[in-house]
Design a protein. Structure first.
Lengths: 116, 113
């Protein structure tokens, strides 16, 4: 079975550029989560969706960050303009069942982002 | 709000040593509890889970028991291997948050031959 698919795996770009990270959740999963991981701050939840609707974006650090989920099989996280402090590994995860149930989240392999 | 506290790392052990990584939680209601493992350069993988009090989750020689009276979910393994070197995350999920997980800060484990 295909897991959560993220692209690109690595991204290196100059500050000020727009960065778009992509995620394809596991088919049938109706919750999707975006995380950021750094050595200094650990694993941070940025935003999550349920049935394509954003539920909580309180973890999004600034207005430069935005996320969309136009359909059940695709989500994007966009940074515009990017800054060096945005350098991190960004993970996408998906989960079935939504509010109820005890199913775990399934993580993608992440996008390693470097802003020069 | 919900919170998860893990023991401070890093933890360094010799091969075949006994491992304990402590995890305690604060939550309303009856959360489900999870341990995730992250190997270098990879995403988080579910290691084991427990969904109600006194449940024991187990996988790959690792075990953890859901203790409601002490609000704990400590991870144990009787004999670690070099291949167990990774970062371990304890997490909880309540029943009202669309599957959102609250993670601990992670514990780095290094096992030497």
């Amino acid at each position: 079975d295909a897991g959560v698919i993220q692209s690109p795996r690595h991204e290196v770009t100059e500050m000020g550029q727009e960065v778009t990270l992509r995620c394809k959740p596991i088919s049938g999963h109706n919750s999707l989560f975006w995380y950021r991981q750094t050595m200094m701050r650990g694993l941070e939840l940025l935003i999550y969706f349920n049935n394509n609707v954003p539920i909580d974006d309180s973890g999004m650090p600034e207005d430069r960050f935005s996320a969309k989920m136009p359909n059940a099989s695709f989500s994007t996280l966009k940074i515009q303009p990017s800054e060096p402090r945005d350098s991190a590994v960004y993970f996408c995860a998906s989960s079935p069942q939504g509010a109820q149930g005890n199913q775990p989240q399934h993580f993608g392999d992440g996008t390693r982002l470097s802003i020069l | 709000g919900d919170s998860v506290t893990q023991m401070e790392g890093p933890v360094t052990l010799s091969e075949e040593a006994f491992l304990t990584i402590n995890c305690t939680y604060t939550a309303t209601g009856y959360p489900s509890l999870f341990w995730y493992v992250q190997y270098p350069g990879e995403g988080l993988q579910l290691l084991l889970k427990a969904t109600k009090a006194d449940d024991k989750g187990s996988n790959k020689g690792f075990e953890a028991t859901y203790r409601k009276e002490t609000t704990s979910f400590h991870l144990e393994k009787g004999s670690v291997q070099v291949s167990d070197s990774a970062v371990y995350f304890c997490a909880l999920k309540d029943g009202t948050s669309y599957g959102k997980l609250t993670f601990g800060q992670g514990t780095i484990l290094t096992v030497h031959p």
